[in-house]
Design a binder for this molecule. Structure first.
Ligand SMILES: Nc1ncnc2c1ncn2[C@@H]1O[C@H](COP(=O)(O)OP(=O)(O)OP(=O)(O)O)[C@@H](O)[C@H]1O
Length: 346
């Protein structure tokens, strides 16, 4: 499948008198295939917005290669810009214009027929509010208006930075249906979000960024499978739990206790657990596989799992060396730390 977005070894450093050097992107790679809904995930300050801004020519990279529809950007941006729609950071609209007038002006400026304005208002569920002024809109409505403006040109590629921002649960579901509908109609959608459950539901593939580098990428199922440790939850009678633990450990399995159950790791075949326990005279009341979700994978890979009593800095870009990530990458490019540490500590 042809790649609509390709980013290779992208590097971007910010300098400021006050804060010195900040490495926002440190050799970042990304590939998004045509027709996919691709999730772009990363902790706060990991470089998502910088990536999107750089891709769209709003910021200049230090080095690296990028292309859209197979054409190198930023050089070819004028040639491809008509084929993409993007919302990066919260767009500002004139507060005293109505939503419809706002879109009509944008349509005229972009050579889009007026009839398209009603179509996009309908698509984002704003048909009934189109004649009201923007200043009367809620955050979620402004977000919908922004998406409507990005859809005006019927783009082949839609880039959405946090599209669910400010939306209520019904709005999030509508946004999900809209994104899936656009992909079903042949568009490619790149969507950055902190709503991991949402990404898991709507995306075909994901890229996870941490500290300015890609730490996992690929089809959602593969990224999840890469972190599947073959763990199972086992419940036995309370007074049998110690005995069950002994039997399983003696067979070479890893066993931990979680609430009133055992977490058993290193199991290829769940039937082995029931056989081991049954032979030892302990009877199972529950045996279920523990499959990772995107949230647990994200927290593990990016090293952002909250720990009680410990402080985690929000800003991921730093001038000092980063502590090493111990987690292996999924179906990925190289993990960050070793090279990044060397580079940053120079
Ligand atoms: N204009 C700027 N000047 C200086 N530093 C910047 C600038 N823009 C971003 N940064 C820094 O670059 C790093 C990456 O920021 P970026 O906004 O790309 O992260 P993000 O992944 O989009 O974060 P979030 O999820 O919080 O939106 C951060 O340390 C940020 O403080």
């Amino acid at each position: 499948m042809a790649a609509v977005i390709e980013i290779e070894n992208l590097r971007k450093t910010y300098f400021s008198l006050l804060h010195g050097k900040r490495v926002a992107l440190n050799g970042f790679d990304m590939e998004v295939a045509a027709g996919q809904v691709h999730g772009f995930l990363g902790p706060n300050g990991s470089g998502k917005t910088t990536t999107l801004r750089t891709l769209l020519g709003l910021a200049r990279a230090d080095s690296g290669r990028m292309s859209l529809f197979g054409q190198p950007v930023p050089e070819a941006l004028p040639a491809v810009v008509g084929r993409l729609g993007a919302i990066v950071e919260s767009p500002q609209f004139f507060r005293n214009f109505t939503g419809r007038r706002t879109l009509a002006l944008l349509a005229r400026a972009g050579g889009v027929p007026d009839a398209r304005v009603d179509q996009v208002l309908e698509l984002v569920g704003m048909r009934d509010r189109g004649n009201e002024k923007v200043k009367t809109y809620s955050l979620g409505m402004k977000q919908r208006l922004a998406v409507a403006s990005a859809l005006l040109k019927s783009p082949e590629l839609l880039i959405l930075d946090e599209p669910a921002n400010g939306l209520d649960p019904a709005g999030i579901r509508e946004m999900r249906d809209l994104v899936r509908g656009l992909a079903a109609a042949g568009a490619t959608v790149l969507v950055s979000s902190h709503l991991l459950d949402e990404i898991e539901q709507i995306c075909d593939s994901v890229t996870i960024i941490s500290r300015g580098r890609r730490v996992a990428a690929g089809p959602v199922a593969d990224v999840l499978a890469s972190q599947d440790k073959g763990e199972h939850l086992v419940r036995v009678r309370d007074d049998d739990r110690d005995r069950a633990g002994e039997l399983l450990r003696a067979a070479g399995l890893t066993v931990a206790t979680r609430d009133d159950r055992l977490v058993v790791g290193g199991v290829d075949d769940a039937a082995r657990i029931s056989e081991l326990l049954g032979t030892g005279g302990v009877w199972l009341s529950e045996l279920s596989p523990l499959t990772p979700d995107l949230e647990s994978v994200f927290l593990t890979i990016t090293g952002t799992t909250p720990e009680a009593g410990s402080y985690r800095p929000v800003d991921e870009s730093r001038d000092e060396p980063w502590p090493a990530l111990t987690t292996p990458t999924a179906t990925t490019g190289p993990a960050a730390p070793a090279a990044a540490n060397e580079e940053l500590s120079q």
